[in-house]
Design a protein around this ligand. Sequence first.
Ligand code: MRU
Length: 333
Amino acid sequence: MIDQRKLPCRKTYVVCKNYPAVIRAIRDLVIRGAPAIGVAAAMGVALGALKIRTRNRDRFEAKLDAVCQEIVAARPTAVNLRWAVERMKQVVTLNGDDTVEKLQSILVAEAKKILAEDIFINRAIGRYGQRLLKDGSCVLTHCNAGALATAGYGTALGVVRAAAEAGKRIEVIADETRPFLQGARLTAWELMEADIPVTVITDNAAGYIMQQGKVDAVIVGADRIAANGDVANKIGTYMVAVLAKTHQVPFFVAAPLSTIDLSIITGKEIPIEQRDEKEVTHFQGKQTVPHGVVAQNPAFDVTPHRYVSAIVTEKGIITPPFKAKIRGLFASG
Ligand code: MRU
């Protein structure tokens, strides 16, 4: 996997040869973004399965279960992680008569399938979502919901890419996204590689830029969407959504069905990851606040569904009211 901590200065790779290395990579943000950590988690389960040395199926399943539990605990907010691990567990259940050896190769194949499907899904999100963007639009995004955050192409940035591929002139404003700078470092890098005009702003500048009438639409990804349409995404997204409503700018969310958690009714139930204070108190290894001061570092926030103009999925676009339409996405096969 690309080491996302090092971008845009260096493009280096981290090779994970076992599942604890995958867990470390997810925790340390070597790889990040909800769909990307889902794919990594599936690969982690496959790596874990390959290392289990038993021919007894029950013992194999018990050990695999322990591996799965550890992987799911790597990060709490993005539900794609749990979704991918559950899907890996399900193939074990579905192949109840197979030998351990056969199961190991089935699990490897399933992880590769999850990876391939994710790119396909992102392209479908892009195809639907690009209809929301007019030629000449200026789109503001927060964090990175691009190729780096997925297996490829991206969700929110997939919509931007698809609009550009359809011949529309799209310009992007990328919030820098404190403290990990996913917007400044990753979104800007990806869009420059794709030749899509991008301007980076500090998170604090979003209100001013919208007040100037410069933003035609906001589009972001998601880490978990509740059954009522509440959206957990990178910290700061809620702030952007409130600003968008104030300035009558549509606020779009692009995410695969694997990001929707029907088991929770509202966003209040979404666990919010609290990361190390050091990410706030230090910048590139250097302390930037008084020694000993308390800091808080919630990594995500929840945007209530009333701020969301539309959710773009691989099954199409839904608009408010969301509840029944979200259920419908799963019912339509
Ligand atoms: O902490 P991160 O970088 O993993 O957070 C990522 C985000 O919040 C993304 O916007 C979200 O996962 C959507 S990625 C297609």
